[in-house]
Design a binder for this molecule. Structure first.
Ligand code: 3NM
Length: 501
């Protein structure tokens, strides 16, 4: 059985001055690389063969396979364990004929159609799925920005259809900062990638041995935020714990709702901060234990996209929860694309939106091509008013499963869904629709409950339910003594305060 956990692809153009090509490769092999691909783009045939022999001696000593990129003649000449072909190289079926049935054959796939072809032929042993993230190492890639985990998951859906187990590794832009996320996010029910392939993270590292050891550890570890703890729901207790911990809710939110969101946060006993200064995010994350982030796409711009991205990286790295509010993400292609980029860049804890927004996010899920029935439903989601409860929950569940998040669907009835659970909350008031920011500020409330337990293993689903319950209860209570939006706004704030103090 071939172990694809950490697949080193070599490159002789990025060796640190203090080292040599062979030293880098040897260090990596001796420190845990589980499979090696020799990828040389400019060596003469003789030099390639000599280098291949040298590397083969090292891999054989460790008992790991050596794969030769593209050059089947070289692979045969030195009796390497396998060959890897790209889409512009020797077609996989011809490569298989030449190398015989026992050698390992790998194929690069960048789009689902290329995986379809591999699945149809059933002759490859593994596929390299990429480009995962932007990379400087390879120039002629199909998607220079990277397909991200969303794209990899779509390709996994196709691999899953194959009766023969075709292994897979993600490749492109993978390094110590994202390898655990890649492993966590590149999975669908019943199928996950078998490892990561890296070039520069090892070949360009001054200590290739240490880089390899650390990468192996990162690849094998679950990201800290991945742990879910199941608890009995006790909303009153969660409110008490939230107010006691006085969480800080960092908003990067839209201009229309900043003031109201800050007031809601204060009313429930948490503290708001509205910062778009990316340099200070790390300071927040290090200094404040009870911290969460609310990312709201309501008034987006190009600069803000970069800031969102940095914030996601920092908050993931420090294990702080994130509430993502993809406001109006179905309104334009650009907004949905922005949501795709952000969801690809890291892991959010909760996605909160109305039925239209969550249905749009659903279009990004890997199950998009799964069945005719889904395709028909997809086409129908432009008229979200037609969606009944069963369909809303199906959509929310698929989003939750694919993005490994909790999904909150707001509306007259609110649905909170995760991989295992579903919670329905009625209440609120129609006056909530007549004040700006009542949807967005629910994100603040959820953020406060999540932030209260940041950094610990906790049941984020229950915290989300408690937040939505509180918010709706305040809405219902406030509407008892007014039927006009202006006074409702003040009373709503009062009720939030009373229910938490
Ligand atoms: N193939 P790094 S990307 C060899 O997308 C290769 O198929 C790719 O290098 C693909 O780990 C790539 O330094 C280079 O980003 C990956």
């Amino acid at each position: 059985m071939v172990d694809y956990t950490l697949y080193l692809v070599t490159d002789s153009t990025m060796i640190p001055e203090s080292s040599t090509f062979i030293k880098q490769v040897e260090e990596s092999i001796n420190n845990g690389a589980t499979i090696v691909q020799l990828r040389e783009k400019s060596l003469s045939t003789l030099d390639f063969i000599n280098r291949a022999k040298e590397v083969h001696a090292l891999t054989k000593k460790k008992g790991i396979p050596l794969i030769i990129n593209d050059r089947i003649d070289v692979a045969l000449a030195i009796d390497a364990e396998g060959v890897h072909v790209g889409q512009d190289d020797m077609p996989a079926n011809l490569a298989r004929q030449l190398i015989g049935k026992d050698k390992i054959l790998g194929v690069t796939c960048s789009i689902p159609e290329e995986v379809e072809a591999v699945v149809k032929e059933e002759i490859a042993d593994y596929v390299g799925l990429g480009t995962a993230y932007a990379t400087n190492t390879k120039k002629d890639v199909t998607d220079p920005l990277g397909t991200g985990p969303i794209g990899v998951r779509k390709m996994l859906q196709i691999l899953k259809k194959c009766e023969k187990k075709i292994n897979s590794v993600a490749i492109g832009g993978i390094n110590h900062s994202n390898a655990d996320k890649v492993m966590y996010q590149c999975q669908i029910p019943g199928r996950k990638i078998d490892g990561v392939a890296v070039v520069s993270a090892i070949m360009a590292n001054k200590d290739a041995g240490k880089a390899t050891r650390e990468l192996i550890q990162i690849v094998k570890s679950e990201p800290v935020w991945a742990a879910t703890k199941f608890e009995e729901l006790n909303s009153d207790q969660l409110i008490k714990e939230m107010t006691k911990s006085q969480p800080l809710v960092h908003h990067i939110t839209n201009n229309v709702v900043k003031n109201f969101s800050a007031n809601v946060t204060l009313a429930i006993g948490a503290s708001p901060v509205m910062s778009e200064l990316s340099n200070e995010f790390e300071e927040f994350a290090k200094a404040v234990p009870n911290l969460s982030l609310v990312l709201n796409l309501g008034t987006p711009n190009d600069a803000l996209m970069k800031i969102f991205n940095i914030a996601i990286q920092v908050y993931n790295q420090h294990n702080k929860p994130i509430v993502f509010d993809p406001v109006a993400c179905g309104a334009t292609k650009a907004r949905l694309e922005s949501s795709r980029i952000l969801l690809n860049s890291g892991q959010v804890t909760v996605i909160k939106g109305n039925v239209g927004e969550i249905s749009s996010i659903w279009k990004l899920t890997s199950g998009y091509q799964a069945s005719k029935e889904d395709a028909a439903l997809m086409r129908g989601v432009d008229s979200v008013a037609d969606l009944n409860e069963e369909k809303i929950i199906k959509i929310a569940k698929e989003v939750a499963l694919d993005f490994k998040t909790i999904v909150v669907v707001t509306g007259k009835t609110n649905y909170i869904v995760d991989n295992h659970r579903k919670w329905t909350i009625e209440g609120g008031s129609k006056l909530m629709g007549l004040i700006t920011g009542s949807g967005c500020s629910l994100g603040s409330c959820i953020g406060a409950f999540l932030g209260a337990k940041a950094g610990t293993s906790f049941d984020a689903f229950n915290s989300t339910v408690a937040a939505v319950e509180l918010y709706n209860k305040a809405g219902s209570e406030a509407a008892k003594s007014t039927d006009a939006p202006g006074s409702f706004m003040a009373k709503f704030q009062d009720e939030l305060y009373k229910l938490t103090h």
